[in-house]
Ligand binder design. Structure first.
Ligand code: HEM
Length: 524
């Protein structure tokens, strides 16, 4: 090949790559924006290449400075549950300006924002569960934490196959076999609290429950679903997962911005390294279990055994990578969500002692004084169910749901073009006065008395566990653990909000307390 051919070839390839880049980063997004606008969807004006990210950052800084001035008086009475306006101010403000369905941009990625349950109902009626996509823009970003092949990330036939293998792990027959383990771990935590109390000169203890519940959640998840009984391994996994979450979501990052990863390289590399370390730990757990599968005693069908047996039962075995990613997904999704639900519930019960008394009455009636909790008792803890529902309404463990259209979706006059990302603002719907009435930001568990949807005007407006076939697979496990833990604690302790508590719910992947939830715990 002559030099001239080489130079022409080089120029041609460079121009082709440049054209592809301009098309992906500019022409295609502008075309999508025009399409969505011509469908009547409004929204904030994006700028290139950040989209609306800098507006979002500015609005958040402003809302934070407003709430930090009110932090100085963070007494129980001054705590507001209106977390939509304070923690997601951009969505709250754009909703006022553009309605409950609009388009906003993360970098060059368009997101159709939805906080209209009727629109969501019609849209979800058009798409089968296995045809929903998960936004590609988040996929590579979340790999260190959730892997690529775990249930929450995969689509199509792979999703259907994994869901089919995993579902029996959470059947009622199987859940029954996990009760004793959950009781045992909770009693262990309570004994630690009692020892701390015994060592203290006071009759009460200040405890940050945000630190306590993830450890408990991690331990029960490890025992009941992975057959791990080694607190050192659990703690290492939990610590690393927490660090990944902080490095991926707590700091400003540029998701959706072309080459945005390079702008937060340090966090990205740190998360990747931690992700690999977690993979290594999980692989050794999987290998150890492979050695004893078939000969170990069976107490219940734990998740890891089903996944390993799924290797043999189905066309195309689960690869080692699929196994690791599934373990990661469940370890993270299974402990964090439940721990957060117990953390926010404890804060709410500390604020409203009347509800502690109501629950104690119910626990006494249903369970009595023993620690012998029977699976059938849990369904009879009705008021505790209302408290769970109400705390999920105000502080949902999964504040949003994300999808990506895999074909054009027509909803009324609107066509959501193939490839568009969809952001369902669950917390926005849970705090919408049009759906719940003027007392929307008040803690009123009684709204769920005899009504699974708490009086919400539209059933798609209350989605703590998601919707359709993609609904949370661990819902019954979560409720079971919540009821066991809260019953055992409430029977022994009362709690109130510590003066050092600052109400500062912060959104990073989930809603976390900005600086822990210190409570004053007193033995009864
Ligand atoms: C209070 C506790 C929990 C809440 C509020 C919650 C919430 C949710 C929500 C909203 C979804 C739907 C996500 C979507 O549509 O994209 C989901 C999915 C999922 N949840 Fe949970 N969850 C909880 C506990 C658990 C537990 C304990 C486990 C495991 C044992 C678990 C495992 C999963 C998995 C694997 C998925 C993905 C399901 C799929 O895509 O097919 N969750 N969860």
């Amino acid at each position: 090949m002559s030099l001239v051919h080489f130079v022409y070839g080089f120029i041609f390839i460079s121009l082709f790559l440049l054209w592809k880049l301009i098309n992906a980063c500019y022409i295609s997004p502008v075309r999508t924006l025009r399409k969505l606008r011509s469908n009547g969807l409004g929204g904030p004006t994006p700028s290139f290449p950040l989209g609306n990210l800098s507006d979002m950052k500015q609005m958040l800084i402003k809302a934070k400075s407003l709430s930090s001035s009110s932090l100085l008086s963070s007494s129980s009475e001054s705590i507001s549950h209106d977390i939509h306006s304070s923690s997601l101010p951009y969505f709250a403000q754009w909703k006022k300006l553009h309605g409950k369905v609009y388009v906003y941009w993360m970098g060059v990625e368009p997101f159709v924002y939805i906080a209209d349950p009727e629109f969501l109902k019609e849209m979800s009626g058009k798409v089968f569960s296995r045809n929903w996509g998960k936004p590609n823009v988040f996929r590579s970003d979340r790999v260190p934490m959730l892997g690529e092949c775990g249930l929450s990330m995969i689509e199509g036939n792979a999703w259907a196959r994994h869901r089919h293998i995993i579902t029996p792990a959470f059947s009622s027959t199987n859940l029954k076999g996990m009760v004793d383990s959950m009781v045992e771990s909770t009693i262990k935590m309570i004994k630690n609290w009692s020892t701390l109390l015994g060592n203290s000169s006071k009759l009460e203890l200040e405890l940050d429950v945000e630190r306590e519940f993830p450890v408990l959640g991690g331990e029960t998840m490890a025992k009941t679903n992975f057959g791990i009984h080694n607190s050192e391994v659990e703690n290492t996994l939990l610590e690393k997962l927490r660090e990944i979450q902080i490095s991926l979501f707590k700091h400003t990052r540029y998701v959706g911005v072309p080459y945005g990863k390079f702008l937060s390289m340090r966090q990205t590399l740190k998360a990747r390294k931690l992700g690999k370390e977690i993979d290594g730990i999980l692989l050794s757990i999987i290998n150890a279990r492979r050695e004893i599968i078939g000969v170990e005693p069976r107490q219940h069908e734990d998740l890891l055994r089903l996944l390993l047996e799924g290797e043999d039962h189905f066309d195309g075995q689960l690869t080692t990578k699929e196994l690791i990613d599934e373990c990661k997904t469940f370890f993270f999704g299974g402990h964090e969500t439940v721990a957060l639900s117990m953390t926010w519930t404890s804060m709410l019960l500390a604020m409203y002692p009347k509800w502690q008394d109501e629950l104690r009455e119910e626990i006494k009636e249903v369970i009595g004084d023993k620690d012998d909790i029977d699976f059938t008792m849990l369904a009879r803890l009705k008021k505790m169910g209302w408290v769970f529902n109400e705390s999920q309404r105000l502080y949902p463990s999964s504040p949003n749901l994300q999808r990506q259209a895999r074909s054009d979706i027509q909803v009324g006059n609107v066509v959501i073009p193939n490839g568009t990302n969809i952001w369902i603002d669950v917390v926005g719907m849970h705090h919408d006065p049009d759906l719940w009435g003027n007392d929307v930001n008040e803690f009123k568990p009684e709204r769920f008395d005899g009504d699974l949807y708490g009086g919400c005007k539209n059933k798609m407006g209350y989605l703590p566990f998601g919707f359709g076939g993609r609904m949370c697979i661990g819902k019954n496990y979560a409720l079971m653990e919540y009821k066991i833990v809260m019953s055992l604690i409430l029977r022994r302790f009362s709690f109130s909000v510590a003066p050092s508590y600052h109400h500062f719910p912060t959104y990073f992947f989930s809603f976390r307390p900005g600086s822990g939830v210190p409570l004053i715990v007193k033995p009864l």
